[in-house]
Design a protein around this ligand. Structure first.
Ligand SMILES: [Fe+2]
Ligand SMILES: [Fe+2]
Length: 265
């Protein structure tokens, strides 16, 4: 009896459910074959290695002066690394959850998943340079608490691509400047690299959102964000207009994002 050839969908499932830290950081190479008839599958929760202690509550954010201390800075970099892990897992999750979406979309999900894995490893190397390591601090699975509520690929690109990754363009620019000022050029360089690559991820979301709704309208985007999320949570203190424009968001969208009022209306 021959074992059936593994397909991308098997790889994605194994990645989400893996319970070894090594498998989260360096999974085997993704197969080039896809399932002939993919089955929609919604994984409820990711596997978590014992090293990653998952907290329910948010962790106190560090104040700027505390970041001068490399050990405390490592805590912040660890949180960023964990965002990348959740992103990699959730793009793998989406390959299965939206198995009935167009193939070009699903192929894009895999490409982005592999980018997120590289981002995770880049932050893991920064952690080593800071005398720490991925798995040494507690984590929160906030993205996992929200993203699986997306019922459609449209809601997924609205929340993950235009929302979280769009917001990350604001945060990455802020952190790169902050880390460079602290003399941590290694981490700052990783943040700049990630910012460049995330522009492509936001562009991917903008393109599919426009394809499925006939344009990129701010109000429509806001309505596609799963409750209780709002645009407030999808932007940094300063909106990185240049990077977001490069990703394909037009002036009208960016003006509406900047003007969006209320904290969590
Ligand atoms: Fe990323
Ligand atoms: Fe991304």
């Amino acid at each position: 009896m021959t074992t059936p050839l593994r397909v991308v969908e098997d790889w994605a499932r194994d990645y989400v459910l893996a319970t070894e830290l090594e498998a989260k950081l360096s999974p085997p190479e993704a197969p080039s074959r896809w399932a002939a008839v993919p089955r929609v599958e919604r994984i409820a929760a990711p596997g978590r290695p014992v090293e990653l202690a998952v907290l329910d509550k948010s962790i106190r954010s560090l104040r700027a002066p505390e970041l001068k201390d490399a050990r405390k800075r490592a805590r912040l970099v660890h949180a960023m690394a964990h965002h990348e892990l959740q992103a990699a897992e959730l793009f793998a999750w989406a390959i299965l959850a939206f198995a009935d979406a167009p193939f070009a979309f699903r192929a894009g999900l895999l490409r982005i998943c592999l980018d997120e894995l590289r981002h995770l490893r880049a932050y893991a190397r920064c952690l080593t340079a800071l005398g720490s390591g991925y798995g040494e601090h507690p984590v929160r699975d906030w993205f996992w608490q929200r993203v699986p509520s997306c019922a459609t690929p449209l809601q997924f690109v609205a929340l993950v691509g235009l929302g979280l990754e769009g917001g990350n363009l604001d945060h990455a620019a802020h952190h790169a400047a902050e880390f460079a000022e602290l003399g941590d050029e290694k981490t700052a360089a990783v943040q700049r690299m990630i910012e460049r690559e995330e522009i492509e991820h936001v562009r991917f979301a903008a393109r599919w959102f426009a394809e499925w709704t006939g344009g990129l309208d701010f109000e429509r985007w806001r309505r596609e964000l799963v409750a209780p999320l709002t645009p407030t949570m999808m932007r940094g203190k300063a909106i990185n207009r240049a990077a977001r424009a490069e990703a394909g968001l037009d002036e009208a969208f960016l003006d509406a994002l900047a003007a969006w009022g209320g904290t969590d209306a």
